[in-house]
Design a protein. Structure first.
Length: 289
C-alpha cells in the first residue's frame, strides 16, 4: 500500500514511517513541503502522492502554548486536520487521524471508552476535538486514533523533549524532581502505537473512533519512579498535586482510555505500560548519545 504521512518529522510520525517502511511505500509529507494550514499545498501533496491511506500525525502539541495561542492551535489542529481530510477524500484515500485523551474532562472515575462524551478542559483538547469533527465531516471512511502521553525514540517536535526524556536528564543531573501524582493516564510508547496503527491499516479497520494506548494506568509520578528504576538512575522525586504545578492549562485528572473498539475487533495489541517502558529504556541504552 501507499501511505502518505503528515507530521512525519514528529516523534510519532517518524515511528509510523519506520514501522511501515519496507512492507509499504511511505510518502513523507513534511511541513516544509505542505503546511497543513495551506489547503492548496495539502491537496497538491496528496494528489501527487496518490496514496491508499493518509496518516495525519501533524499537530500543535505544546499544550500550554495552545492555551495561550488558541487561534494558532485551531489553525493546525482543527482547520489543518480538515484540509488533510478534504485532500484525502478528494484523492479517494482513507485517513487515519491521530487525536488525544485530552478531549475528555477527567471527571469519570473509570477509563474512557469511545462512546463517552468528549468535553475538553483546555484549548489543545478543544482544537483536537474540533479536528476530529472536521475529519468525520469530510468522509465516512476515516479513522480517528486517540492516544495518550506519548514518549519514544524520536524527539517530540512541538515540546522539544518528552516527559520521559526530561525526567531522565534532570535526574541524571542530580536535580530534585517534583512530579504530579493526582493525574492518571496511560503513557504510551510511540513504537507500540505505530505498530498498532500499521495493523489497523493492514486490517482495513472499519471507520470510526479508536482508543489506542498501552494497557493499565498510572500517575505521572508512578511513571517517573518506574522510569528511573528501570534506567538505574538514582533520583529524588517528590509527588505533588496538579494544583502546585505552574501551568496556564487545566488538565483532566483521569484520562485513562480503554481500547474497547480495538478489542471488539480482536485487534488490540497494545502491551502493558511497564513492559513498554522497559523496552524504551532498553532501546535508549543501545542508542549512542
Ligand atoms: N505528545 C503527546 O503526548 C500526545 C498525546 C496524545 C496524542 N498526541 C497526538 O499525537 C500526534 C503526534 O504527536 P507527536 O507527539 O508526534 O507530536 P510532535 O512530535 O510535536 O510532532 C508533530 C508534527 O506535526 C508537525 N506540524 C506542526 N505544525 C504543522 C503544520 N502547520 N503543518 C504541517 N506539519 C506541522 C510538526 O512538524 P515540525 O517537525 O516541522 O515541527 C511535527 O512533525 C498529534 O496528533 C498529537 O495531538 C500526542
Amino acid at each position: 500500500m501507499k501511505v502518505a504521512i503528515f507530521g512525519v518529522d514528529g516523534q510519532l510520525g517518524r515511528a509510523v514511517a519506520a514501522t511501515l517502511a519496507g512492507a509499504h511505500a511511505v510518502i513523507p509529507i513534511a511541513r516544509a513541503s505542505a503546511d497543513v494550514r495551506d489547503a492548496e499545498a495539502v491537496a497538491a501533496a496528496v494528489r501527487r502522492a496518490a496514496p491508499d491511506w493518509v496518516v495525519n500525525s501533524a499537530a500543535m502539541t505544546h499544550v500550554d502554548r495552545c492555551e495561550t495561542e488558541p487561534l494558532a492551535a485551531f489553525e493546525v489542529n482543527a482547520v489543518g486536520a480538515y484540509h488533510v481530510a478534504r485532500a484525502a477524500a478528494e484523492s479517494g484515500a482513507r485517513l487515519m487521524h491521530v487525536s488525544t485523551d485530552y478531549v475528555f474532562d477527567g471527571r469519570k472515575p473509570t477509563p474512557y471508552t469511545e462512546d463517552d462524551v468528549a468535553r475538553p478542559l483546555n484549548a489543545y483538547g478543544v482544537s483536537k476535538l474540533a479536528g476530529e469533527w472536521f475529519v468525520q465531516s469530510a468522509s465516512d471512511t476515516n479513522v480517528i486514533v486517540r492516544s495518550s502521553g506519548l514518549y519514544g525514540l524520536y524527539k517530540c517536535s512541538g515540546k522539544g523533549s518528552s516527559f520521559a526524556e526530561t525526567i531522565l536528564s534532570r535526574a541524571r543531573q542530580g536535580q530534585p524532581l517534583r512530579v504530579v501524582s493526582d493525574e492518571r493516564l496511560t503513557p504510551t510508547f510511540t513504537e507500540d502505537l505505530a505498530a498498532q496503527m500499521r495493523l489497523m491499516i493492514e486490517s482495513a479497520v472499519p471507520p470510526g473512533v479508536y482508543h489506542a494506548t498501552n494497557a493499565g494506568s498510572c500517575s505521572w509520578y508512578d511513571f517517573a519512579l518506574e522510569l528511573l528504576r528501570l534506567a538505574g538512575v538514582n533520583g529524588s522525586i517528590a509527588p505533588i498535586p496538579a494544583s502546585e504545578w505552574k501551568s496556564p492549562t487545566r488538565r483532566p485528572a483521569n484520562s485513562v482510555l480503554e481500547n474497547r473498539a480495538l478489542a471488539a475487533l480482536g485487534l488490540d495489541r497494545m502491551p502493558e505500560w511497564r513492559d513498554a517502558l522497559a523496552r524504551y529504556v532498553a532501546a535508549l541504552a543501545k542508542t549512542p548519545s
